[in-house]
Design a protein around this ligand. Structure first.
Ligand SMILES: CC(C)(COP(=O)(O)OP(=O)(O)OC[C@H]1O[C@@H](n2cnc3c(N)ncnc32)[C@H](O)[C@@H]1OP(=O)(O)O)[C@@H](O)C(=O)NCCC(=O)NCCS
Length: 161
């Protein structure tokens, strides 16, 4: 089941987020965050009216998705940047697809014009996932970020709705 996130989901969302920080280059951060940080993030998304959704199986939150502003300024209002993260024990079971489909549906309903995914260039799973839904690479930014002392390349994949 994909549903809107509620504050009670923040604990599970934080655990997934911190695991992705610790064990991948999918998020360009190095230190784990507190639940309070993710609660502020969630509250800010809700205040502005952006979706935060979770995938739930048997009452357990196993993944989440979100979108928000791509860049500051009203000229970007028709473009959203999204993220999808699935818990390590639940990957490869179609959950990422379900979350991405839900976000695309919401962006269509909101009459957004573009969705952008900012993906580390080594993240073949996410690149394949997005390509399967029609996202195409529209930018590749060499050495745009650094994690654990190593520069990383970022790929922007865009779906024009
Ligand atoms: C990337 C991620 C969201 C995908 O979610 P998922 O639930 O594991 O993926 P799904 O089972 O829905 O698979 C979706 C598609 O991804 C691709 N995929 C899945 N696992 C893959 C793998 N091991 N290698 C390559 N492609 C893979 C395939 O295209 C697959 O579609 P298919 O099953 O029709 O072939 C998830 O693996 C994840 O959270 N990873 C860590 C954090 C992350 O990278 N987030 C994305 C940041 S941009």
């Amino acid at each position: 089941m994909i549903r809107d996130a509620i504050p009670a989901d923040i604990s599970a969302i934080t655990a997934i987020y911190n695991d992705v920080i610790a064990n991948s280059n999918a998020i360009y951060r190095e230190d784990p965050v507190e639940e309070a940080e993710r609660l502020n993030w969630f509250n800010e998304k809700k205040r502005v009216g952006f979706p935060v959704v979770v995938a739930e199986i048997d009452g357990q939150v196993v993944g989440y998705g979100v979108y928000g502003s791509f860049r500051f300024g009203e000229g970007y209002n028709d473009t959203v940047e999204h993220s999808v993260h699935v818990g390590a024990n639940h990957r490869g079971q179609g959950i990422g697809k379900k979350i991405l489909e839900d976000l695309i549906n919401r962006a269509r309903i909101e009459n957004r014009h573009n969705m952008v995914a900012a993906i580390d260039s080594t993240n073949e799973t996410s690149i394949s996932l997005h390509a399967a839904y029609g996202f195409v690479e529209t930018a590749r930014m060499p050495q745009i970020a650094k994690k654990h002392g190593k520069f990383l390349d970022l790929v922007l994949m865009q779906l024009t709705l």
